[in-house]
Design a protein around this ligand. Sequence first.
Ligand code: ADP
Length: 213
Amino acid sequence: MQLTKRQELILDIVKNNGPITGEHIAERLNLTRATLRPDMAILTMSGILEARPRVGYFCSGKKPGRMLADKLHQILVGEIKSVPVVVRESCTVYDAVVTMFTEDVGTLFAVREGGFLEGVISRKDLLKFTLGGQDIDKLPVNVVMTRMPNVVYVEPEDSIWVAARKLISCEVDALPVVKEVKTESAVAALEVIGRISKTNITKVFVELGAGDI
Ligand code: ADP
């Protein structure tokens, strides 16, 4: 985070004299409190300074780089996930292509009865078979998809950093967000409740850069 000259000055004053009130900081800089208000807001919202009523401002001791890392671990998948676009695993490749276009997504999740995760279908999975000259009107998507247990997924309580790391390390564009549902069988069923794509992560990145979150 790049601080302005004035914000650096405020930081020095607080470092050397904190806790110190806003009024005293303003006096030292020969400015009014109103002029300083936006700077104080930025310094406190970014976590560099902390403010306590009737005590004043003091340094939090956190480094700006560490604060960004903290944010990435604090924001949860459940807060930024999108609506998942799902198809039944028995649907045809043709229907999957149509769904991808109409829903404007690059990844579909295949589910069985009850919305439980069975597989993932990417653009290239579909392209491969459309180019192969196969009858895509008859071919079911479960032939072309990546299926469980090979699907990489996240849960709503995971941090967006965990999601981003999985997207990069597994070289995929999207992850299903799932909720584990206990069943009678030994294998837990995963209900698809959301979608995290590289776009979701990029949106957070833009908002962090703009200081919106
Ligand atoms: P594309 O194939 O359009 O470049 P991806 O890079 O997302 O899109 O997909 C590459 C391959 O990885 C595809 O075969 C796809 O089925 C598979 N894949 C996509 N997402 C996942 C995921 N979350 N878990 C496991 N495999 C996935």
